[in-house]
Design a binder for this molecule. Structure first.
Ligand SMILES: CC(C)(COP(=O)(O)OP(=O)(O)OC[C@H]1O[C@@H](n2cnc3c(N)ncnc32)[C@H](O)[C@@H]1OP(=O)(O)O)[C@@H](O)C(=O)NCCC(=O)NCCS
Length: 184
């Protein structure tokens, strides 16, 4: 399964798919409006809309210009999303996690039949090695899931990340900062 995991830059034609993904319960539990200050998605009136997704992820987006978005593709099937950005674009966040000069990643596997099958750690590590480090020119990559997202934290460990610290970043729950150092 793993040998065919790849990444394609997100384009506007992908945005309706993103809307649907953000409104899936296993995604909005960790990415949704109740989970993060910039989160989209949820049940009922909290459901993500195409307008919201265009504003945050579209080519003509009005926020987050420094965030690079990619689809995760498995055997030509889009199955999820990855993103990376230099932590310095959000100095308050970089200071809160004590990680100036690093690159941060976020990720989701949207297809429920593919969650919990070991694909996340493979995709994370491949994204770091093939996209993030070459694209950013930086060797230190961080991810900071909620301290309660045990599956995500374990996936990061399996991808070669290690615990750094827990941090209050102004989100509903503290985040656990996990780091990957290519230089080590
Ligand atoms: C997080 C995510 C990328 C992980 O990818 P995945 O392919 O599902 O991960 P895996 O199948 O390798 O499972 C990861 C590990 O978590 C463990 N795990 C699963 N649920 C768990 C739980 N509730 N508590 C503790 N460990 C758990 C699994 O047993 C596995 O560890 P193991 O292989 O040592 O047994 C994926 O589940 C996902 O996209 N989830 C929804 C969105 C999300 O949470 N994104 C991250 C936001 S920070």
């Amino acid at each position: 399964m793993d040998s065919s995991v790849g990444f394609c830059p997100l384009i506007d034609a992908d945005l309706p798919r993103l809307v649907e993904w953000f409104n899936r319960p296993h995604v909005y539990e960790w990415w949704g409006a109740d989970a993060a200050s910039d989160g989209l998605g949820g049940p009922g009136v909290k459901a993500a809309t195409l307008t919201q997704v265009e504003a945050q992820y579209g080519a003509r987006r009005t926020v987050d210009h420094d965030v690079m978005h990619y689809l995760i593709v498995l055997d030509e099937r889009p199955i999820g999303m990855m993103q990376w950005y230099p932590t310095d674009v959000d100095p308050a966040y970089a200071d809160a996690i004590d990680e100036r000069g690093a690159v941060a990643i976020d990720y989701l596997i949207a297809e429920t039949d593919l969650v919990g099958r070991g694909l996340g750690p493979i995709a994370i590590r491949r994204f770091v090695d093939d996209v993030v480090i070459p694209g950013s020119g930086r060797c230190r990559v961080v991810a900071s899931p909620s301290i309660h997202n045990a599956r995500s934290l374990r996936a990061l460990e399996k991808a070669g990340f290690r615990f750094s610290r827990d941090a209050e970043v102004g989100e509903p729950t503290p985040e656990r900062v996990m780091v990957f150092d290519a230089a080590q």
